[in-house]
Design a protein around this ligand. Structure first.
Ligand code: IVH
Length: 693
């Protein structure tokens, strides 16, 4: 080969590559522009087929010149690796939520309060649909998407960047605008699955024998929380953005809410439809209009978000607990539908209560299919006069729990059958009693199989010992195989035992034994709650374990001792004492002890860690509006502190909620620092430091 020839060849390659680079950059510009027109402006100018052609050409060129590939390319949405878990990342500041208004009256009250506090004679508002999806926070650094987080607990979220990148309406790169590009931008929006896509997805899953999603929200959540971004990419998720959380660089933060939405749109984000309203009366008009027409939107909404337009006023109004005073969610009343009661069955709960359940002709209400509704007790069945064969009106209480509202008497044919409580327990055959003064019928047999199963389900549940993967079906298998008789037996299960159960393999049984082991250190309050003692819910368990700090102390406590604890009444005290007196309970606790559960209960998970509250003791009094006492305790422990039940000279601070008790007087007398709820929240959310008042 002559020198001249190879020089010419190299020259040609160079020009071909330069040409490809030019075409690639032009294709990327065009594709991004078309995506913007389609997803943000809702005004496409080319057909899907033409778009696909551009996209394939770009893919082809990038395959030919891999060195020209960039992670920002529109072809690189699905780039992430399959991961085994989502990383938890702290939010830059707390991610708040909205308080609810359920009526026009409550909207007016919200407006009045906001005007009173701000001193503004009249406030103007922006109203947007409240999309029923999943909140996400996105960070852009030098115009590129660098991080996407879920809301999580509001303080930190899960890193779902790889999955969010696959959502085509999310810009990977911000659009350049004349005022400049933000150096840093943080936005908040909602990821959702359009209603029509939800219907199609479920249809497809049904064909493939896969479990169905209950509603679009669950489908979106399930899709976003996939460990393999390819699965997320296969679901037609969308997103809408409604808040700028932070903006740094040349661009100024806009002064009003509508300008924020317009800036978001200019930067390349799809934004919800919005209405500017000059007064709360206009707001009320707009929200009632949407109540009628909400079903015309392509996505599910559960209300309207109402926001003070002027951001300076909004800022001055501040926030209470978890929500800003300048914004509120107007929740639509529940949708009501008609359906038929095919049967009324009786379910036995963990405390032996017999609950009548209406078995319904399946029907969709407020976004999910409902086939059963609790009728609570015999008195309520009588009161509503619900009979087998009746046509009834159904709604979801709080948009979640199915509830029979009324019977359509005029539809009766005379064939309907009245319900009455059985005289014997449907699970064990023991006689059913209705203790005087109670509405409930009960099976008093502690060894009743239904009760044992329900107690185990409760023991393993999320708020209790949180044993992941041990749900009702697996518990049923364990009982059937005779491997467990009570919660104590769970801790001596071996991998070999579990692997023999239907549907369980090597890996799943290993995961399960690990989850059971991990549950040992949930803490005394969770354990006490997990036992399923009557009247002992999370809050009560928290109170008891806060005062009596070991299982022994609780087991040996008399009714009088228990009643010395604030808020513990005679009924609860009696239930606790009675519970631990039972032989079967003693046996179970014995097993739990020898499995090392009790020892682990004493381990304080957070206290040894260094944190801003390390070595400091705080005391709680009164009611906090934004969290339970238990949550407050968890926050304090997370920051390294300890919670005590009484104020002393050594107390670092007393957190006083509303209606504080005598602890406040004592703290004042001893000169102990008193924190209001807002001050405590600032501390918890890192907005103030321990020493820097
Ligand atoms: S504003 C400070 N606007 O509804 C609260 N929220 O609690 C900022 N949501 O979890 C939220 N659509 O994820 C706002 N147009 C909208 C919304 C919206 C849906 C969600 C949001 C939040 C919940 C309200």
């Amino acid at each position: 080969m002559s020198d001249a020839f190879s020089r010419e060849k190299a020259g040609n390659e160079k020009t071909a590559k330069e040409e490809a680079a030019r075409e690639i950059s032009e294709l990327r510009r065009q594709i991004t522009e078309h995506e913007y027109r389609y997803y943000v402006l809702d005004d496409p100018v080319i057909s899907d087929a033409e778009f696909d052609k551009l996209f394939r050409r770009l893919q082809q060129l990038e395959a030919q010149y891999p060195e020209l590939m960039t992670p920002d390319s529109p072809t690189q949405r699905v780039g992430g690796q399959v991961s085994s878990a989502f990383r938890s990342v702290p939010h830059t500041r707390a991610v708040l939520s909205l308080a609810n208004a359920f009526s026009e009256l409550e909207l007016s009250a919200f407006d009045r309060r906001a005007r009173e506090i701000s001193g503004a004679p009249q406030l103007d508002y922006v109203v947007e649909p409240k999309i029923d999806g999943l909140s996400v926070i996105l960070r852009y650094e030098n115009a590129s998407l660098t991080l996407a987080l879920t809301r999580g607990d509001g303080l930190s979220g899960e890193d779902v960047t790889a999955n969010v990148r696959t959502i085509q309406s999310v810009p990977l790169v911000l659009r350049g605008i004349p005022g400049g590009t933000p150096e840093y931008l943080e936005v908040r929006g909602e990821v959702y699955l359009p209603k029509e896509d939800f219907r199609k997805l479920n249809e497809e899953r049904e064909q493939n024998g896969l479990p169905l999603f209950a509603n679009p929200r669950n489908a979106a959540a399930g899709s976003l929380r996939q460990l393999d971004p390819k699965v997320t990419a296969s679901r037609p998720l969308r997103a809408l953005f409604y808040e700028i959380r932070d903006l740094r660089g040349d661009l100024q933060m806009p002064q009003d809410e509508t300008a924020c939405l317009e800036l978001l749109r200019t930067l390349g984000f799809p934004v919800p439809v919005y209405h500017y309203c000059r007064s709360i009366d206009e707001v009320i008009e707009v929200v009632s209009g949407w109540q009628e027409s909400r079903h015309t939107l392509p996505y599910d909404i559960d209300g309207m978000a109402v926001k003070v337009q002027d951001r300076r006023i909004a800022q001055a109004l501040g926030a209470t607990g978890h929500s800003p005073r300048s914004q509120i969610a107007f929740k639509f009343p529940s949708e009501q539908v008609e359906t038929k009661v095919n049967d009324i069955i009786v379910q036995v709960g963990r405390t032996g209560v017999l609950t009548p359940i209406a078995m319904l002709e399946p029907v969709t209400v407020s976004g999910s299919v409902v086939s059963r509704a609790s009728l609570h007790n015999e008195d309520l069945v009588r009161e509503k006069d619900v009979r087998i064969g009746d046509t009834v009106i159904l709604q979801k209480a709080g948009d979640i729990i199915p509830e029979v509202v009324a019977v359509l008497q005029e539809r009766r044919t005379g064939e309907e059958k009245q319900f009455s409580m059985p005289g014997e327990c449907p699970s064990c055959g023991s006689p059913v009693v209705r203790p005087p003064g109670e509405v409930a019928h009960r099976c008093l047999n502690f060894s009743c199989p239904a009760q044992i199963k329900e107690r185990l389900i409760h023991f393993c549940s999320r708020d209790a010992m949180d044993i992941r993967g041990l749900g009702p079906a697996l518990i049923e298998s364990l009982l059937q195989a005779g491997l467990v008789k009570d919660a104590g037996d769970l801790y001596s299960l071996t991998q070999e035992d579990i692997a023999k159960l239907p549907g369980m393999g090597q890996k799943s049984s290993q995961n399960l034994t690990e989850a059971i082991e991990a549950s040992k250190s949930r803490g005394l309050h969770k354990f006490l709650y997990a036992l399923g003692i009557r009247h002992v819910g999370l809050r009560t368990a928290d109170l008891i374990s806060g005062h009596l700090q070991s299982l022994d102390e609780i087991m040996n406590a008399t009714e009088e001792r228990l009643m010395m604890i604030e808020e513990i009444g005679p009924e609860t005290a009696k239930a606790v004492v009675m519970f631990f007196k039972q032989d079967s309970v003693k046996q179970m606790i014995g097993k739990l002890r020898s499995a090392g559960v009790e020892a682990a209960l004493k381990v304080q998970t957070y206290q040894d860690q260094a944190g801003p509250l390390s070595g400091k003791t705080l005391v709680l009094t009164g009611t906090l509006s934004s969290m339970t006492r238990h949550e407050a305790k968890e926050h304090i422990e997370r920051l390294g502190g300890k919670v005590s039940s009484s104020v002393s000279r050594n107390t670092f601070a007393l957190v006083a909620g509303s209606a504080p008790g005598s602890k406040l007087d004592r703290a004042r007398a001893l000169g102990v620092r008193v924190l209001t709820e807002d001050e405590f929240l600032d501390l918890v959310h890192g907005r103030s430091s321990v020493d820097g008042d």
